[in-house]
Design a protein around this ligand. Structure first.
Ligand SMILES: C[S@@+](CC[C@H](N)C(=O)[O-])C[C@H]1O[C@@H](n2cnc3c(N)ncnc32)[C@H](O)[C@@H]1O
Length: 215
């Protein structure tokens, strides 16, 4: 259940929402159903829903304060297509609340979006995200992730090295993930990396689908 609706803000979300939306508009079809994992403040949800008017947007997060913030953002910036109240969803808790319930069949999702969770959650969340996406995506569906990654054979920006050290100090289970290890977890679940887009501030946007060849 959401906690009382206090609208939280993230300066990083304000900075990155424009560039991320441009990529979502580039890689997604005009209409569909989106499940957002680890939605956080809800700023992304309202901005992306407004910029993708053909999409129904389902934000989720395990944290009750985050759910309250998403409700507050949705109320402050109503988007005609942001119809669905946020769901409490922890990727580690299977089945996810959007999955089959009794005789009600699970409806596949056209896309799943997850920004900035993999480095600030235990590594097991990566496999859980990939396996959940593989269970829930439609045949042509996309999993789109955004965040910082370490890339084998490529220098890591000093800012990301410092961020990684800070994360690991705050929680030894956290830390910026190796791109090839994330891709291996995806492959294990039946998903392939289709697009890798360099984003501002040394972040990457990754597009995964069920085949290696871009649709
Ligand atoms: C740094 S915030 C990112 C929020 C938002 N996506 C953004 O980019 O601004 C990380 C989010 O991951 C969520 N999270 C942590 N563990 C999770 C899990 N096991 N399943 C789903 N979300 C999780 C947290 O509740 C938090 O909202």
């Amino acid at each position: 259940m959401p906690n009382a609706a206090v609208r939280r803000t993230s300066p990083a979300s304000e900075r990155n929402q424009g560039p991320i939306l441009a990529e979502l508009q580039r890689w997604l079809p005009p209409t569909g159903r989106m499940l957002e994992i680890a939605a956080g403040t809800g700023q992304h949800a309202v901005h992306f829903a407004a910029g993708l008017p053909g999409w129904h947007w389902q934000a989720s997060d395990p944290d009750a304060d985050a759910l309250g913030s998403i409700v507050a953002w949705a109320a402050a910036q109503p988007a005609a297509n942001l119809l669905l109240p946020p769901l409490q969803l922890d990727v580690l808790a299977t089945p996810w609340p959007v999955e089959s319930n009794g005789d009600q069949a699970t409806v596949p999702w056209d896309a799943i979006f997850c920004a900035n969770m993999l480095h600030i959650a235990p590594w097991a969340c990566c496999a859980a995200l990939m396996q959940g996406a593989a269970r829930l995506l439609s045949p042509a569906g996309k999993l789109i992730t955004y965040g910082p990654y370490l890339v084998d054979g490529e220098p890591t920006a000093p800012g990301n090295l410092a961020f990684d050290a800070d994360l690991r100090e705050r929680n030894p289970a956290w830390g910026i993930r190796w791109l090839h290890e994330v891709v291996a977890e995806a492959r294990q679940a039946g998903l392939a990396l289709q697009q890798r887009v360099a984003m501002p501030a040394n972040n990457l946007l990754l597009v995964f689908g069920r085949t290696a060849t871009p649709a």
